[in-house]
Design a protein around this ligand. Structure first.
Ligand code: AMP
Length: 222
C-alpha cells in the first residue's frame, strides 16, 4: 500500500508512521529525516539545505523531489511505503504522480494551539529519529499523554541522544505553520478531488490513533 500522510508540523505524521511500519511491513519515508541525516553526515546535500531547514522554509522542489525519487526506487519500497512530509507543494504532487500511484492520503487534523504546545515539547533521537514528547495535553476533547523515554535523555530504541530540533524552537514554529497553510494545505483539496483523502482528527496519543488509522486504511484494502 502506498500511503501519504498530510498534516501540519506537530500533528503526529512521524510518530504514527513509525508505529505503522511493523504492522504494515512497508518503510516509513520522511523527507525531513532524510534531510536531517544528510545534515548530520555533512554531505553536499546536507550543507546545501541546512540554512533553509533551520529557518523553517521549504527546500527547493527539484532538490527534494530528486532525493525522494532515489529513496522510493530502493527495493524495500517496491511494495509500498508511508510518505511523511512529502509532497508539500503542488509541484511535488506532480513529481510524485509521475513516479507512482498513491492509494490513500491520511489528513491529520489538530488545532494550532495544540500543535504549538506539542512542537515546543517534541524531542527526537539524534541517531535513529525516534520521536518523544514531554507535553501532557488534555483539552478540547484531546488527550495526549507525554511520550517519555524510559531513561531520561536516551532513546528507548537505540540508546541515542535525545535532543530538540533547532526548527522546533518557538521563533521558527510559527513560520513553519505559515508555510504549511500557504504551500501544503492546498494539497488537501487536490487529493479530496481525487477521492484519495481521508480526514483523521487527532484525539489522542499513538495507542488510540494507530488503531484509528489502521481502521481507515482497512476501508480501502478490504
Ligand atoms: P519535517 O521533519 O517534515 O518537519 O521537515 C523538516 C524540514 O525539512 C522542513 O521544515 C523543510 O525545511 C524540510 N523539508 C522536509 N520535507 C520537505 C519537502 N517535501 N519539501 C521541502 N522541504 C522539506
Amino acid at each position: 500500500m502506498k500511503i501519504v500522510f498530510l498534516g501540519p508540523p506537530g500533528s503526529g505524521k512521524g510518530t504514527y508512521s513509525s508505529r505503522l511500519v511493523p504492522k504494515l511491513g512497508i518503510p516509513h519515508i520522511s523527507t525531513g529525516d532524510l534531510f536531517r541525516e544528510n545534515i548530520k553526515n555533512e554531505t553536499a546535500l546536507g550543507k546545501k539545505v541546512k540554512e533553509i531547514i533551520d529557518a523553517g522554509k521549504l527546500v527547493p522542489d527539484e532538490v527534494t523531489a530528486e532525493m525522494l525519487k532515489e529513496r522510493i526506487e530502493k527495493p524495500d519500497a517496491k511494495k509500498g511505503f508511508i510518505l511523511d512530509g512529502f509532497p508539500r507543494t503542488m509541484s511535488q504532487v506532480e513529481a510524485l504522480d509521475k513516479l507512482t500511484k498513491i492509494d490513500i492520503v491520511i489528513n491529520l487534523i489538530l488545532p494550532d494551539h495544540i500543535l504549538i504546545k506539542k512542537i515546543a515539547a517534541r524531542r527526537q533521537c539524534r541517531k535513529c529519529g525516534d520521536i518523544y514528547n514531554l507535553a501532557d495535553i488534555n483539552e478540547d476533547g484531546i488527550h495526549m499523554p507525554p511520550l517519555l523515554p524510559k531513561v531520561e535523555g536516551k532513546c528507548d530504541k537505540c540508546g541515542g541522544e535525545i535532543y530538540q530540533r533547532d526548527d522546533d524552537k518557538e521563533e521558527i514554529v510559527m513560520s513553519r505553520l505559515d508555510v504549511y497553510k500557504k504551500q501544503t494545505a492546498p494539497l488537501i483539496e487536490y487529493y479530496r478531488g481525487k477521492n484519495l483523502l481521508k480526514d483523521v482528527p487527532v484525539v489522542g496519543g499513538p495507542d488510540i490513533m494507530v488503531p484509528n488509522i489502521i481502521k481507515v486504511l482497512e476501508t480501502i484494502s478490504s
